[in-house]
Design a protein around this ligand. Structure first.
Ligand SMILES: [Zn+2]
Length: 306
């Protein structure tokens, strides 16, 4: 009787404090698509998360911009996210995040218009090792295509410094007056990939929903990768699984990387991870590739994959 009491006390204790124990036991994850700020369109505090296609209802509530760092780090600890590719429109904010968690963020400029920031500014940042990537390049939000001549200096710079580049080339994006789906067809990446064969380029949401074009580009250009980010939580799960399964069945499971693309809803990080972990058509190894191993290889982190 006494032993049973002790056991039940221990069980109650464990069930009350499971989170830190579980976080340590979780295998590591790399998040290839995070945002430190996101001012091109306003997200007031409390706004439900984005969802597509309408009519649909987003869940959760946007947190205030000044709580983003703290909440994001909390989620990263909870899910054992050891590294994240972090975009910021304000490079000062990116630096603040990098200082708050040394070694955990790869800082990068969020570019919504060519020239902002200027390539010369980025050259200085790379020289000083303050930044480690370019993008998200999201000029599509303002109607620019990826092969626009104004982006050339960025791709050349990324190739010179051998840093990864994230680009939004997809059929969907935020509702902005300048956004054009037609400027996001992955075939438009071909000019860039031909001109910059060493470019370490990865495409938001693997070009969703331009599946066949993206598969063609990935078959033809082995340096090209894709993330599965916003589509893990913004579109119906069935649509995400159809898309992901097509790439896995096409043999491209080693070229996709998880990203949360969380903007102001940090709980979406866990939802995105869960979407990968619950995919019924992938083996454990294929899930680990997307959540971690592929990013280790792409980022050349020189750690042994598990
Ligand atoms: Zn993004």
């Amino acid at each position: 009787m006494k032993i049973l009491t002790v056991i039940s006390v221990v069980l109650i204790y464990v069930s009350q404090f499971p989170a830190p124990l579980l976080a340590q036991e979780r295998p590591p994850i790399i998040d290839m698509h995070m945002h430190a700020d996101l001012p091109p369109y306003d997200v007031p505090e409390g706004k439900p998360a984005l969802c597509r296609p309408e009519p649909c209802k987003g869940d959760g509530a946007a947190i205030a911009l000044d709580r983003m760092l703290e909440k994001t780090l909390e989620e990263m600890d909870r899910h054992n996210i050891i590294k994240a590719f972090l975009s910021g429109l304000d490079l000062g904010v990116v630096q603040k995040w990098m200082k708050a968690a040394p070694g955990r963020f790869i800082g990068s400029p969020f570019i919504v218009r060519p020239g902002q920031p200027a390539p010369e500014v980025l050259r200085q940042e790379f020289d000083a090792r303050r930044l480690g990537g370019i993008g998200e390049i999201a000029v599509q939000l303002n109607g620019f295509a990826p092969n626009d001549a104004a982006l050339e200096p960025y791709f050349a710079l990324a190739e010179e410094f051998d840093v990864p580049v994230l680009i939004h080339t997809a059929g969907i994006g935020p509702y902005m007056p300048g956004f054009r789906s037609s400027a996001g067809t992955p075939l438009l990446l071909e000019d860039v990939l031909v001109r910059h064969p060493k470019l370490r380029l990865f495409v938001e949401n693997a070009g969703y929903p331009y599946r066949d074009q993206m598969i063609a580009m990935m078959y033809q250009y082995p340096q090209l990768h894709g993330d599965v980010s916003t589509i893990t939580w913004v579109i119906p799960r069935t649509a995400f699984y159809d898309y992901l399964e097509a790439f896995v069945r096409a043999g491209l499971g080693k070229r996709l990387m998880f990203g949360s693309d969380q903007m102001r809803w940090p709980e979406k990080i866990g939802e995105g991870i869960e979407a990968i972990e619950q995919a019924p058509f992938m083996t454990e190894e294929q899930k680990r590739d997307i959540l971690y191993n592929n990013a280790v290889r792409f980022l050349r982190l020189e750690q042994e994959p598990e």
